[in-house]
Design a protein around this ligand. Structure first.
Ligand code: FMN
Length: 340
């Protein structure tokens, strides 16, 4: 799977640009079996980045249709990542005070009312319905990386004392309610995935395992996408260092639900090592930016190694990465050569 990768190539109104279409189409051509879009906002006040893709309104539909037609033409599975930034949406971008489960001084965010939580839920569900109309095979709910759904899950950030705060069941209520409604409205064959962070962002490994178990037992979603940042590491929290972070999850019985993981799966050997565990398919970020055809390369040569970074702007252009995306990538230390 192509990892969801924010690339800032969309138009300011959230419509997909030709550059973004090309970037994703090329990945489908390079044999990514599942092409995931970047985090796509479902509500205007959930926008997190300039040049971010949107699916908050029907006027976004035609540009998504162009994308899904192109991805389907390459036999790729087209999935859109649904996102709300919550407190992490910059105030100067959304022109209002950002929202959060609870008031958050660090981010200058205000607490959502109960009515507004219902509105957020409706907007996620409407975005999924819209995605289905656009021709996507499915959606992934972004419940990782400290964005809104993750903020609800976190016992550090979510200090509400109503039915959406307190116990883990309450903190996970929004996520599970969105899942129920997406299934209800989009039907059994529409793909539904959930991206989770097992640690950091106020998350606790054991709590995330409990959420995974419930997702598995309920059997309403198709896949769990764990964003590990490093698929080979130990957990940061010492009390979970008895095995690798990944092993905490591969030892769960996934039953009908598939598991994918992302984080430093950079070359053919990494792909094979991860697939030798109970992971069903791998999710590739950095190496997919570096090689539009990373899957083809690994299928042809199991020892394939991605090019070393930093790489030049011209090299990135050759892989379908436009200047706007190059500028964003420059923020990643050591990725783009200094003189590019
Ligand atoms: C430029 C860039 C943009 C990203 N954008 C997103 C995003 O929109 N949504 C998301 O869930 N993760 C995002 N991530 C995280 C990736 O999906 C992936 O989990 C992470 O890069 C680790 O995989 P890798 O080591 O193969 O790059 C982004 C990462 C990078 C490098």
């Amino acid at each position: 799977m192509l990892a969801p990768l924010t690339n800032q190539q969309s138009h300011e109104n959230g419509q997909l640009s030709d550059e973004e279409l090309y970037w994703l189409k090329l990945r489908a051509k390079g044999q990514f079996g599942l092409v995931m879009t970047c985090a796509t906002y479902v509500q205007e006040n959930g926008k997190g980045f300039a040049g971010q893709l949107g699916i908050s309104d029907d006027f976004h539909i035609p540009s998504h249709q162009r994308l899904t037609q192109q991805l389907r033409a390459q036999d790729a599975i087209a999935v859109i990542q649904l996102y709300h930034g919550g407190m992490r949406s910059p105030e100067n971008l959304i022109q209002q005070v950002p929202i959060c489960p609870s008031k958050n001084e660090e981010y200058g965010a205000r607490a959502l009312t109960l009515n507004e939580i219902q509105e957020v839920k409706t907007n996620f569900v409407q975005a999924a319905i819209r995605a289905q109309k656009c021709g996507y095979h499915g959606v992934e709910l972004h419940a990782a990386h400290g964005y809104l759904i993750c903020q609800f899950l976190s016992k550090e950030i979510n200090i509400r004392n109503d039915q959406y705060g307190g116990t883990l069941e309450n903190r996970a209520r929004l996520l599970f309610e969105i899942i129920d409604e997406v299934r209800l409205h989009c039907g059994a064959s529409f793909l539904l995935g959930v991206r989770l962070s097992p640690e950091r962002y106020g998350m606790d490994v054991q709590e995330v395992k409990t959420i995974c178990q419930r997702l598995i037992d309920q059997n309403k979603i198709d896949f769990i996408d764990l964003s590990l940042w490093d698929s080979f590491k130990l957990a940061e929290d010492k009390k979970y260092q008895n095995c690798s972070l990944l092993d905490h999850f591969t030892t769960l019985d996934f039953k009908e639900v598939l598991l994918t993981v992302a984080g430093k799966i950079r070359n053919g050997e990494d792909v094979h090592n991860i697939l030798a565990t109970n992971v069903d398919f791998v999710t590739i970020g950095q190496s997919a930016i570096l090689h539009y055809d990373f899957p083809t390369k690994v299928i042809e040569n199991s020892d394939f190694k991605a090019v070393e970074t930093p790489v030049s702007r011209a090299y990135l252009h050759s892989q379908g990465v436009s200047d706007k995306f190059v500028e964003y990538l420059k923020r990643r230390k050591g990725f783009v050569a200094d003189d590019s």
